[in-house]
Ligand binder design. Structure first.
Ligand code: GLC
Length: 569
């Protein structure tokens, strides 16, 4: 069924790095308002804001201490109201990050909960007795170490899947769910257009919270099978939908750390007949592995090299999701966000073929079946940060991982930095590059995180002046997708499955068929004529090179999208 949120293009704003309007080195609401015209020009329909609520910022705002207040660092509620109005005035919509798996340890519920074992809020979180000389179980936290933190005063431990400043909320407690629904309603009544739900498939934990299988030589182990897609998850999502979401015309997208083995569970979240969520972010195996590497600190012992992505794997995974979700389910199409390195540095070539490969990757995002998500800066081909020392890093995940590694490998500094440069989340969190002036036009003062030194050439101002820029290519893709039901709703089928360097697939609807050809190699690459890939009479609708004589050879990082069979022919 057609839906506005299926047709929309979403743009993720990592607020602290987007645009600073007050001169304190941190992006803010005023900065976003000043750039709405830019987003409109690009063709964006929906803006997703990373958390701007009151927060001690242990995890850049994903640790909320008050859900109903705007952090003074980002502005005021009045400014937020203005942002919402200005966004709507331009025909765009705005969704917020809903971080409801955990709160900050400075949230009033947690401060109460800590006071005594009998406090009314005790059961809002998971408090447990330790085992003899150790934590209640052996699960590893996403940012390293145990998921349990001991509280001396009440002599119990509390659960935190992320940092110890992010205690997990107990969704099995009805009072917790009621509080959360009230918060959601409050924002939706204000007029926001939906939520991106942070790690939503972690909210239901198994009752026993038992030990996970230990991995050799490690004190802590991955316990996700006891909290990922847990026993009551669908019940809670359904309840949330019935009580809140269904009452509004909104977009909902859940973040799930789901890999392809979780496809059955994922289907349940997004099957439109079940009324849970519109769509979710799942991981494409490769991406997932990197994230795991980054967050579970598998930097350890040079294992990182095992997690390199390969095209055959990426093809297999994307295809499994595209084909496996089925007609009643809707998907997201994205390659990166604030938790991954930059897409052009990861899947493309951020040097010689930066422009070509950035456009090729954009072509992938916009021609899959699913709502496309752009992460800020990808539309101008921003690359991984060029951090030199550990002092350049800010992310709690990166710093914990570095320290943990050095505690075991005294001489490991250079290696740890090398890996961080590749996989750290800070890579994609550097300030947006607006122009070639000081601090890339992001701020008048020293930014909270180092600006990438390539800002003199890679910036918005330069992109807007060049009609062949990555920016205009994104703009064109957005327009083309919007005008094509086949691109939005057509069936996906992979072709040239075995080709090691080319990712190719068709999208078909009625008698129209579109063929997408993507060369992931920095060299000219041939493919054979095939009944699915007949290019005689094919019409090129978009590509990152001028149309070629030899259609059966793709140039380095070439992307070409053809209509190969049209209703009108
Ligand atoms: C999500 C966010 C990430 C954050 C984590 C904990 O994965 O995208 O940035 O660290 O949840 O809230």
């Amino acid at each position: 069924m057609k839906q506005w949120w299926k047709e929309a293009t979403v743009y993720e704003i990592y607020v602290r790095s987007f645009k600073d309007s007050t001169g304190d080195g941190l992006g803010d609401i005023g900065g976003i308002i000043s750039k709405l015209g830019y987003l409109k020009k690009l063709g964006v329909d929906v803006i997703w804001l990373t958390p701007i609520y009151e927060s001690p910022e242990a995890d850049n705002g994903y640790d909320i201490s008050n859900y109903l207040r705007i952090s003074p660092k980002f502005g005021t509620m009045k400014m937020f109201d203005r942002l919402l109005k200005e966004t709507h005035k331009r025909g765009m919509r705005l969704i917020m990050d809903g971080v409801f798996n955990h709160t900050s340890d400075e949230h009033s519920w947690f401060l109460e909960s800590k006071k005594s074992r009998t406090n009314k809020y005790r059961d809002y979180y998971f408090w447990r007795n330790g085992q003899k000389d150790r934590e209640p179980n052996n699960w590893v936290s996403f940012f390293g170490g145990s998921v349990w933190e001991y509280d001396k005063d009440t002599r119990q431990y509390y659960l935190h899947i992320f940092s110890k400043k992010q205690p997990d909320l107990n969704w099995d407690n009805k009072a917790v769910r009621e509080e959360i629904y009230a918060i959601m309603k409050w924002w939706l009544d204000k007029g926001i257009d939906g939520f991106r739900f942070d790690v939503i498939n972690f909210i239901s934990k198994t009752r026993s919270l038992r030990d996970a299988n230990p991995s050799r030589g490690k004190k802590y182990a991955d316990g996700s099978k006891y909290y990922k897609n847990g026993p009551n998850i669908n019940k809670y999502l359904k309840e949330m939908n019935m009580r809140v979401l269904s009452k509004y015309d909104i977009m909902t997208v859940g973040e799930t750390a789901a890999n392809i083995e979780d496809i059955n569970a994922t289907r349940l979240y997004v099957d439109s007949r079940r009324h849970e969520l519109n769509m979710v972010f799942h991981e494409n195996n490769e991406i997932h592995s990197d994230k795991k590497t980054a967050e579970i600190a598998t930097l350890l012992d040079k294992r990182h090299d095992k997690f390199k992505w390969t095209l055959p794997n990426l093809k297999r995974t994307i295809t499994a999701w595209q084909e496996g979700l089925g007609d009643y389910c809707w998907d997201t199409a994205y390659l990166g966000n604030h938790d991954y390195p930059r897409i052009v540095s990861r899947f493309g070539d951020d040097k010689k073929y930066r422009t070509e490969s950035a456009k090729m990757l954009a072509t992938l995002i916009f021609t899959l079946r699913g709502t496309p998500f752009i992460y800020q800066g990808d539309e101008i081909g921003m690359t991984n940060g060029d951090f030199k020392s550990i002092n350049d890093y800010v992310d709690i995940g990166a710093i914990n991982m570095y320290n943990e590694y050095l505690s075991r490998h005294k001489n490991g500094r250079a290696y740890a930095l090398k890996i961080l440069r590749k996989i750290s989340r800070d890579n994609a969190r550097t300030p947006m590059q607006w122009d070639d002036s000081r601090n890339a036009g992001f701020s008048k003062r020293k930014p909270w995180i180092k600006v990438n030194s390539n800002y003199r050439t890679v910036n918005v101002e330069a992109a807007l002046k060049d009609k062949n820029s990555i920016f205009y290519y994104y703009k064109k893709l957005i327009e083309i997708r919007k005008g094509s039901n086949t691109m939005m709703y057509g069936k996906y089928r992979q072709v040239l499955d075995k080709h090691p360097d080319i990712f190719a697939y068709t999208r078909s609807l009625g008698s129209e068929k579109i063929l997408v050809l993507l060369n992931f190699k920095g060299k000219a690459t041939k493919f054979k004529q095939h009944r699915d890939v007949l290019l005689n009479g094919a019409e090129l609708i978009i590509g990152n090179y001028p149309e070629s004589e030899n259609k059966y050879e793709l140039r380095p990082y070439e992307a070409a999208v053809y209509v190969i069979c049209s209703r009108h022919s």
